[in-house]
Write a protein that binds this ligand. Sequence first.
Ligand code: COA
Length: 332
Amino acid sequence: MSDTPTGTRPAPGTRGAAIVSWGTALPDNVVTNADFEARLDTTDAWITERTGIKERRHGGSTASLATEAGRAALDAAGLTGDDIDYLLLATTTPDYQIPSTASEVEDALGIRGGASDLNAACSGFVYALVHAHGLIAMGLQRVLIIGAETMSRVTDMEDRNTAILFGDGAGAVVVEATDDDGQLLGFDLGSDGSLRSLLDAPIGGVMQMNGKEVFRQAVTVMVRSANASLAAAGATADDLALVVPHQANIRIIDAACNRLGIGSDRLATVLHATGNTSSASIPLALVDALDAGRVAPGDLVLLVGFGAGMSWASAVVRWPDVDALRSSGATS
Ligand code: COA
């Protein structure tokens, strides 16, 4: 892969955008490490120590989880489907090969604008966030982006290398045009297709993964992509209030954050309770941090992910004053 980061700042004068609301969904069915201990050659201690995961949720369809998260995001801003110009659904586990899962979610939410799926594996949510800013720069008013996955459907539950890692869930945000430059200060989207066989699943099949090599590559690309986005934003790691990394393995997160100089006090993590939910993991961790009051208007937040492909993506956003945007009528 190229050593040159592709960090990019939105073009000067670009119509800005900001996140104005959010929502999440998780299946009810909790699968604990003890459940795996009972039927695979593994232990709670091994899983906890090697991954940081204690439990994950399994169940539902990608469309049903996406719809629940999307509806919560619309409700939070008092919006309906009519207010949305485009639905972008990041998923690597669509319910059908044809049509897009977004078409079912669009119908359920009463959205009449464009709708499509986006598959960049676990980098999908950040890819979608950047795409949404591009669509708004070209004139759309509001884009609903959702990361939704049913990873349990493409996981071999007899394979201890992968079964313990993945979970199902969804997270959604509404991105809306603003009068100013908006929240996006810098971003980096990348992919190295020569590494695609490190983690894959054929249509109708289950995942196979070279875990050790994925781990090694993941730390490298996370650090490089984060630095590229920070450089594009004219910021340093010291300026960040919060880092929201892809939730794959706590050791990957810790290794990358050590290199970036980010301590756990500035990290958003939910993987102990969700496992790796691919495109859903960054919005689930972001919303968890928002709910805990860990993000204030003006804070710089780094979102950084990596995944199959091998893909990677990061973005530095200045957290908007969401209450002001909502009360200014921007969302009406
Ligand atoms: N329970 C117990 N032992 C396990 C196990 C499990 N669930 N899974 C693997 N092992 C075993 C291996 O078979 C191996 O045994 P061996 O030495 O007899 O061959 C041993 O543990 C060590 O395996 P190793 O692959 O070196 O472990 P690891 O520390 O690299 O951890 C992963 C394995 C999969 C947890 C880790 O490599 C990882 O998280 N990789 C990245 C995966 C990822 O993030 N994928 C998604 C990308 S979006």
